[in-house]
Ligand binder design. Structure first.
Ligand code: TYC
Length: 129
């Protein structure tokens, strides 16, 4: 055996010549038994996803919320308008769904823009089930 598939279409070459005294790659792609490399399955996990939520208030102008949705969440005018109205009517709405650090950055960007413009707009994140 000198190669194997990892289930994702990648071929790994497994060396049978590596002595037990030589440096080994530090990953989970190979296990060693009597100096022989054996392919092992690597468990991967999808990252948790986080909803970034906008909260309604009575003072932030609708146009500012639309601007935030376009600028921070890359929505087009129509999408931004729909999300803004949803928040206005229901009290809360999803601006987008991202991995943890991206969601955190978007929340920071919204809060910074809101503060700079002296609007009480609130933005939070919540893990998606
Ligand atoms: N309710 C606000 C108004 O009537 C508009 C608004 C929408 C504010 C969404 C915040 O997240 C928000 N001007």
């Amino acid at each position: 055996m000198d190669s194997d598939m990892n289930g994702h279409g990648n071929t790994f070459r497994l060396s049978q010549q590596r002595s037990t005294m030589m440096a080994r790659p530090v990953n989970n792609n190979e296990a060693y038994e009597d100096g022989l490399a054996v392919k092992v399955r690597v468990k991967t996990k999808k990252p948790s996803m986080y909803k970034v939520l906008l909260l309604n208030d009575d003072f932030t102008p609708m146009e500012f919320v639309i601007y935030v949705l376009e600028r921070v969440f890359r929505k087009n005018r129509e999408e931004a308008n729909d999300i803004m109205l949803k928040v206005h009517e229901d009290g809360v709405g999803v601006a987008g769904v991202y991995t943890y650090e991206v969601a955190e950055t978007k929340v920071d960007q919204v809060m910074t823009l809101a503060r700079k413009n002296e609007h009480p707009l609130q933005c939070t994140m919540e893990r998606e089930e």
